[in-house]
Write a protein of this length. Sequence first.
Length: 89
Amino acid sequence: MATYSVHILPSVRRDLTALPRLVKRRVGRAIGSLAHEPRPRGAVLLSGSSDERIWRLRVGDYRVLYQVRDKELVVLVIRVAHRREAYRP
């Protein structure tokens, strides 16, 4: 299986710096594992079609929202937030 490149939006980087240290570590490990398995067990397809599909990965009380672009072998992390805020626009 091919290894994907993980890209994180600048807004997600800012959100990650605001997280508590232990949560940041767990979320960072989860994001890093997406390079080897972009659709791990427990990941849920939320919406979209073809490359615009948004996947959700649960990490405790936090959610990682991302897109998988198979043609380019890229995982694009678009949001990391607490579960109560993750789905708000």
